[in-house]
Design a protein around this ligand. Structure first.
Ligand code: PEP
Ligand code: MG
Length: 886
């Protein structure tokens, strides 16, 4: 038979799935012999059954009353007994903590009779009526669905009439009056009376907690925290103990060490003469636990001892809720506590040092996201004003500067020594110089894989994108925040790329010691030492290699300092921007082979120099250079602007510039409705004569140059957007021919492995064939996600992703966290069939997912050889690759 109820003496923390975190830990503390008020837990299984059918599962009610009888036996009192009532609390407790998201009802068992008995045995009429008042209020809102604000209003009116600054100043008769008022309110609002039957109160409260699993705020919280919707909550029923029985009583929260810094020692807050709810609600000011040491040294010492017992037992920082009832300490809850990123690393290192946990366990307790947070300067938020806007935290860190609204202005002001923040609706490759010049980028459109986000992450620029609550008016050089604040060009703003917040003015910064360590190896302080230890251990245990996506020598050098084991993606299109755009224009416009060859010949030495610099920075490590990928028209001027310029010149009766006419003609010729599905990647290389040859020659000559200089260059050539083995075969023939040619010319035998990106479903599905021509595969999961789902990676997020997230179509954007079911399946198929065709085939990933912790776990299990991500994500990826291998 299924068992729906567990006494605290029967469970343990290994039953968290069934008893919820709270129930499991109460059972664990009971087993450890700590002073826990007795009680029992109704399981998550009962909740799931109730939510599925709308009725209590068979047998649950009988089990609850059996356990209630046992509790009554233990305490020697009956629930709601008129002369000396047993009262119980009914609390939610899911497997994963969802603080404040679900319901609680306290003081179950009070009614018009037992309130009098409670007054007598407690010796305090005020206390009894206050408890009853709390029950009617909580029950009315939680179980019977009355708007809580109505109770609040009644309380405010009464306090006003009594001129009472807070509820402590209300006396017993005031509170008795309030109980009657609340009961009337419930009757008026629901047509039903507040139930006087204690067992009925208990039953209804348990079901209300079950129902609160599906409350709107709980759903939203679960989605944000990636908690599955089908777990359900357990319900704990526990004898009430009272912290509000006078000055010898009180409630508090404690941590077994400081959750902000990780420093050892009991830490927390205490509120004399109060219930636990009052501490959390912040109604009155708490005092530090050191004050409890003076007020009640015995209870303090016990609490300290119990805290130590718990930390030793759980081998981790625990938080504790406790109540002191007339000098007796009761432990009401414990769990492994939340902590800051600093504390997470510090505690993991310290507990390893104490021999309490192994280095593997320590690594399991720190996350890549926490490391990411430590790597960037932070705002001193205590000194920040209110938020101006909030967007997607796209590239971490914090920076302030004068708002500017176009790239040229950003460059101009930065050259004059000003700090600027580039604000755009969204960015394009044209904004690149401005993004380089700016301290931060803020856009009102686009998500984590928008151009602004990807480029800013690559450069380590702070970026908040998709801040939909600002209206950017580029023409007028200002933006308007939702609250109506207008930010004109030149006004200082502060952008927090780790949280998505945007503030007015310049918020002071706190520098990152972790970044200093990663850049220079200098270890200052215990947190940095702890980070170093975690990374070192991750490097020992991980199987995945970590490379970087980088296309300048500076980025390559930084990636190497951060621990990258090579470059997994060098995007060569970035080398065609800026001043070189003119040369690309000439190549495109050239009539006949001669003109084109001339333009390519000018580009050749420039590319060679680029590659030589990167190969030098990565000497001895692999550098995967990708042939040109984006459609050529991206290097030409905007079609509409050009058409307008030509039309205006014609309308004025003059002759348009011949160059403009020629350009417009070329732009029109190349125009595509769907350029991302058009002439790009390998297709470009196969139809534009000389392009592949120029790029490969540049690579090969750079390799030869480095070899002659005594270096160990390890270039690899990667062909993008391949869908068929034929495409790759043709491209590879060209590559091999040029490599041999350069080998002969230079006398240096240039061997570069040739591989392909897998970024089309067809490539994944025909990977066995493609592997015949490829020495390695690199999964371009940005395009592979785009082409598998049919979502445009550039447009989709602003348009309907938030609706899809709300509707639960997916829990996170598939452009951020790899969709295992679909895209992941293609990856697995390609790895398996590729390796079957070519044993030893190298496989890696270079899409944005290469730096995403959850995706890295998948790539580890899928058996890839490496992940490649932006240089600033390299330490995070090292850590997560280590964690994936545990
Ligand atoms: C990809 O598609 O995942 C990739 C790395 O290439 P790009 O982002 O340059 O298209
Ligand atoms: Mg791609």
């Amino acid at each position: 038979m299924v068992r729906y109820v567990y006494d605290f003496r029967d469970g343990g923390r290994d039953l968290a799935g069934l008893l919820g975190g709270k129930g499991a830990n109460l059972a664990e503390m009971t087993r450890l012999g700590l002073p826990v008020p007795p009680g029992f837990t109704v399981t998550t299984e009962a909740c799931r059954a109730f939510l599925a059918t709308g009725a209590e599962p068979d047998g649950m009610a009988a089990e609850v009353s059996r356990h209630l009888s046992a509790l009554e036996g233990t305490t020697g009192r009956l629930l709601g007994q008129p002369d000396d009532p047993l009262l119980v609390s009914v609390r939610s407790g899911a497997r994963f903590s969802m603080p404040g998201m679900m319901e609680t009802v306290l003081d179950i068992g009070l009614n018009d009779d037992s309130v009098l008995g409670l007054a007598k045995v407690s010796g305090s009429e005020r206390f009894a009526w206050d408890s009853y008042r709390r029950l009617v209020q909580m029950f009315g809102s939680t179980v019977m669905g009355v708007d809580p604000a109505l109770f609040g209003e009644a309380m405010v009116l009464l306090k006003g009439a009594r001129e009472a600054p807070d509820d402590v100043h209300l006396d017993a008769s005031d509170l008795a009056w309030l109980v009657e008022t609340y009961k009337r309110l419930i009757r008026d609002e629901t047509g039903q009376d507040f139930p006087q039957d204690p067992a009925g109160q208990l039953r209804q409260a348990v079901l209300a907690v079950f129902r609160s699993w599906n409350a709107g705020r709980a759903r939203v919280y679960r989605r944000r925290e990636h908690i599955p919707d089908d777990l359900g909550t357990a319900v704990t029923v526990q004898r009430m103990v009272f912290g509000n029985l006078g000055p010898g009583s009180g409630s508090g929260v404690a941590f077994t060490r400081d959750p902000a810094t990780g420093q050892p020692g009991l830490y927390g807050d205490y509120l004399p003469n109060a219930q636990g709810e009052d501490v959390v609600a912040g109604i009155r000011d708490t005092v530090p636990l050191s004050a409890l040491e003076r007020l009640d040294p015995r209870s303090y010492r016990q609490l300290r001892d119990h805290a130590q017992t718990l930390e030793r037992h759980y081998r981790d920082l625990c938080d504790i809720e406790f109540t002191i009832e007339r000098g007796t300490l009761w432990m009401l809850q414990t769990r492994v506590g939340k902590r800051t990123a600093e504390a997470a690393f510090a505690i993991a290192a310290e507990l390893t040092g104490e021999g309490l946990i192994t280095p593997d366990e320590a690594l399991g307790r720190v996350h890549g996201e926490q490391l990411g947070r430590l790597m960037f300067p932070r705002f001193d938020t205590g000194r920040a004003g209110p938020e101006l806007a909030h967007g997607v935290p796209a590239s971490p860190g914090a920076a302030s500067g004068a708002a500017v609204f176009d790239s040229a202005e950003a460059v101009r002001r930065a050259a004059a020594g000003e700090r600027v923040v580039l604000v755009r609706e969204e960015t394009t490759p044209d904004d690149l110089p401005g993004m380089v010049a700016a301290r931060a980028v803020l856009t009102s459109r686009g998500g984590k894989t928008s151009h602004a986000a990807v480029v800013a992450r690559g450069m380590g620029r702070v970026c908040v994108c998709g801040a939909q609550d600002i209206a950017v008016n580029t023409g007028a050089r200002r933006f308007t925040a939702r609250d109506g604040t207008v930010v004109e060009e030149g006004t200082f703003i502060s952008v927090d790329g780790s949280t998505g917040a945007v503030y007015a003015g310049a918020v002071p910064l706190v520098a990152s010691t972790t970044m200093r360590y990663l850049e220079s190896g200098e270890q200052t302080g215990s947190v940095v030492a702890a980070v170093a230890r975690a990374l070192e251990h991750a490097d020992v245990v991980r199987r995945l290699e970590v490379r970087a996506n980088a296309d300048t020598p500076e980025d390559a050098a930084r990636a190497r300092r951060f621990g990258a084991q090579g470059i997994g993606l060098c995007r060569t299109e970035h080398m065609f921007l800026g001043e070189r755009r003119k040369l690309v224009e000439e190549m495109i416009l050239a009539r006949g082979d001669a003109g084109r060859d001339k333009a390519l010949a000018v580009l050749l030495p420039l590319q060679r120099q680029d590659f030589a610099g990167i190969l030098r920075a990565m000497d001895g490590l692999p550098v995967t250079i990708r042939l040109l990928d984006p459609p050529l028209h991206e290097f030409l001027p905007d079609r509409t602007e050009l058409a307008v310029r030509v039309a205006v010149a014609e309308a004025a009766g003059g002759q348009p510039e011949p160059h403009d006419v020629e350009l417009l003609d070329a732009v029109n010729r190349m125009h595509e409705e769907n350029p991302m599905l058009g002439l790009r990647g390998v297709r470009l290389g196969l139809v534009v004569p000389g392009l592949v040859a120029m790029q490969v020659r540049a690579v090969a000559e750079a390799v030869a140059e480095r070899v002659r200089a005594g270096g160990s260059p390890r270039a690899e050539i990667m062909v993008p957007l391949v869908g068929s083995v034929e495409e790759l075969r043709l491209a590879r023939e060209e590559v091999t021919r040029v490599l041999a040619e350069v080998g002969e010319e230079t006398g240096v035998a240039v061997h570069c492995p040739v591989g392909t990106m897998i970024e089309l479903p067809r490539a994944a599905l025909t990977a066995g064939r493609i592997a015949e021509e490829a020495e390695f595969f690199s999964f371009g999961t940005n395009d592979l996600t785009q082409t598998t789902w049919g979502f445009s990676r550039d447009d989709v997020e602003a348009a309907f992703f938030s609706a899809y997230l709300d509707k639960g179509v997916f829990a996170s954007s598939p452009f951020e966290t790899l969709d295992r079911e679909g895209v992941g399946r293609l990856v697995r198929i390609a790895v398996e069939e590729g390796r079957a065709a070519r044993p030893g085939l190298q496989t890696g990933v270079c899409g944005e997912h290469g730096g995403d912790p959850e995706s890295i776990r998948f790539f580890h299990t899928a058996g890839l050889d490496y992940v490649s991500c932006s240089p600033f994500r390299v330490p995070v990826a090292r850590l997560e690759a280590g964690r994936a291998a545990l």
